[in-house]
Design a protein around this ligand. Structure first.
Ligand code: ADP
Length: 455
C-alpha cells in the first residue's frame, strides 16, 4: 500500500491536517486505537471536562440568581457528557466520510523507517509506504510513582467516555497545582465535593503570570496545602484512602479522603519505532520541531502535544493545518505557527485566560509597555450573572500601541481571549480595538472600553 501522507493519531494534531490534505487530493492513511476522531481532547479531555464545568456553572447560577438549590445527580451529568461525546464522534464520522482519499483504521501505527509504517488493527497487520508522515500521538497523564499511586485516579478516569465513575465522592484530594488540578477543584467544589489540593512546591499555576494567580486564587477560595509532597497513599477500605504527605517541617502528615486524583502533569506518547529512525527527541521525550512543524527528518512532521510546544487542542489544530500546508508545498514551509498568539485558559469557575506576552516577560525582553485595565464589577454580563469578580488587562507596546498581550480573570474570559488572540496575532493597535462597535450587551465590549483608556 502506498500513500502520500501517513497521519499517526486522530486527535487535534491529526485529523484537521488529514482533512485539508485530502481536500487537495492527497492520499492519506490515518489510524487511531480509539477508532474515533477527536483524540484525548474529546475522549477524556477538554470536551467532557468542559461539559461537566458548564453543568456546574448552571448549578451555581441557578443557586445564585434563581435562589434554587439543584440536587446534584452526577450520573445524569455524566450521561449528558457521554451524549456530547457521542454527538461529536458522529459528527467526525460524517466529516470523515466526506473525504474519499482518507483511509482510516482503528488501530495503532508503528514506525519502521521514515517512509514505511506498520499498521496494526484488531484483525490484521500490514506495511504501508508513504512520502510524508505526521506524528500526532498526543500525550497522557504523568503518574509519579510512590507507594499506593495505583489507588489514585487521573482526569482520564473522571472524564473518559462512559466512565464507570458516576458517583460523587464526599471528599477528594487532588495532588498537583497545575491548571487541571485548579479546574477540577473549582468545578467539583461547586458540585458539592470537598476538595483539597496538595501541592509539592510553594505556588500553584507555575508559568502563569503572578497577577493572574493573585487575582484568581482569592476568588476560588480553594483549600490548598503548599510544600506538601505526597509520600504514600494507603487504601483503608473501598472509597476510603489515607494520603500521607510531608509537612513543611518535614514531619509526616495525613488526610483521609474518598478519592485521590493525580494531576501531576502530562507526558508525550510516542509511536513504537520512533527511536530507531534518527528523529530528534528532547530530554523530556518531546519531538523537536520548528515553527513549520518540521522535525530533523525532511519528510516527518510532528504536531500537537507530542512536540510539547503548546499542549492544547486548539494549538494542535493550528499545528496540524500548518503541517498540511507545508506538505502541500512539498515540505518547503509556507506556514508557520506563532505560539505566542495561542490562548490559554484555566477553566475554573470563573475562568482565567491569557494570550501573548505578559507584563513581566515584556520587562525581561526590554519591551516598554502601556497597560489598560477594566474591572469586572463594571462589566454588564458579570452584573447580569452577579459574578462580578475579576479583571481584564491589555498590554500594549509603548509607541506603536500594538496589543502584545492580554489576560483576563472572570466571566467569559475563555471567549474574550479568542478576540484578543486575533488582535495579538495580527498586531492590532489600541486605536483599532477602540474603534469597533461591540455588540451590546456582551462581555466583549470591555476590550474596546479598556483600549479607549490609552487613547
Ligand atoms: P493532540 O491534541 O496532540 O492531537 P491527543 O492526545 O488528543 O493529542 O490525540 C492523540 C491521539 O493519538 C490519541 O487519540 C491516541 O489514541 C492516538 N495515538 C497514540 N499513539 C498512537 C499510535 N501509535 N498510532 C495511532 N494512534 C495513536
Amino acid at each position: 500500500m502506498k500513500f502520500d501522507v501517513v497521519v499517526i493519531g486522530a486527535g487535534g494534531g491529526g485529523y484537521p491536517g488529514a482533512f485539508r490534505l485530502a481536500k487537495s487530493g492527497f492520499n492519506v492513511l490515518m489510524a487511531d486505537p480509539k477508532g474515533e476522531l477527536g483524540g484525548n481532547c474529546l475522549y477524556n479531555g477538554c470536551v467532557p471536562s468542559k461539559t461537566i464545568r458548564e453543568e456546574a456553572q448552571l448549578i451555581l447560577r441557578t443557586k445564585n440568581i434563581l435562589k434554587r438549590e439543584i440536587p446534584v445527580d452526577f450520573q445524569r451529568l455524566q450521561d449528558h457528557k457521554d451524549y456530547v461525546q457521542e454527538t461529536r464522534f458522529k459528527q467526525h464520522k460524517r466529516e470523515l466520510s466526506e473525504y474519499k482519499t482518507i483511509t482510516f483504521y482503528k488501530g495503532i501505527i508503528k514506525i519502521k523507517d521514515p517512509t514505511h509504517v506498520i499498521v496494526k488493527t484488531e484483525d490484521k497487520e500490514f506495511e504501508a509506504e508513504t512520502k510524508y508522515m505526521i506524528i500526532a500521538t498526543g500525550s497522557e497523564p504523568f503518574k509519579p510513582s510512590f507507594p499506593g499511586s495505583e489507588y489514585c485516579i487521573t482526569s482520564d478516569d473522571l472524564y473518559n467516555y462512559k466512565t464507570p465513575l458516576r458517583k460523587l465522592p464526599q471528599d477528594m484530594v487532588i495532588i498537583g497545582g497545575g491548571y487541571i488540578a485548579i479546574e477540577v477543584a473549582s468545578v467539583f467544589n461547586i458540585l458539592g465535593v470537598k476538595t483539597h489540593l496538595l501541592v509539592r512546591g510553594d505556588r500553584v499555576l507555575r508559568g502563569f503570570e503572578d497577577e493572574i494567580v493573585n487575582i484568581l486564587l482569592p476568588i476560588l477560595k480553594l483549600d490548598i496545602t503548599y510544600n506538601a509532597p505526597v509520600l504514600e497513599v494507603k487504601k483503608i477500605k473501598e472509597d476510603e484512602f489515607e494520603v500521607i504527605y510531608s509537612g513543611k517541617d518535614g514531619a509526616k502528615k495525613s488526610m483521609r479522603t474518598n478519592l485521590v486524583l493525580l494531576a501531576t502533569g502530562r507526558k508525550p506518547v510516542l509511536p513504537e519505532g520512533v527511536y530507531n529512525i534518527g528523529l530528534a527527541i528532547d530530554k523530556k521525550g518531546y519531538i523537536v520541531v520548528d515553527e513549520a512543524m518540521r522535525t530533523n527528518l525532511p519528510n516527518v512532521f510532528a504536531t500537537g502535544d507530542v512536540n510539547g510546544k503548546a499542549p492544547y487542542f486548539h494549538a494542535a489544530v493550528r499545528m496540524s493545518m500548518a503541517a498540511a500546508y507545508n506538505i502541500m508545498a512539498n515540505g518547503v514551509p509556507v506556514d508557520y505557527v506563532d505560539y505566542k498568539s495561542i490562548p490559554v485558559t484555566i477553566y475554573s469557575i470563573p475562568s482565567a485566560s491569557y494570550v501573548g506576552i505578559m507584563s513581566s516577560q515584556a520587562k525581561k525582553m526590554g519591551i516598554d509597555v502601556i497597560e489598560a485595565t477594566y474591572n469586572m464589577e463594571d462589566e454588564v454580563m458579570a452584573q447580569i450573572y452577579d459574578e462580578k469578580e475579576g479583571m481584564l488587562k491589555l498590554i500594549f507596546e509603548r509607541g506603536s500601541l500594538r496589543l502584545i498581550g492580554a489576560w483576563m480573570v472572570g466571566v467569559h474570559s475563555q471567549y474574550l481571549i479568542n478576540e484578543l488572540g486575533q488582535a495579538v496575532l495580527h498586531g492590532l493597535t489600541a486605536k483599532q480595538l477602540a474603534s469597533f462597535a461591540d455588540q451590546h450587551p456582551s462581555s466583549n465590549e470591555i476590550i474596546a472600553y479598556a483600549a479607549r483608556k490609552v487613547l
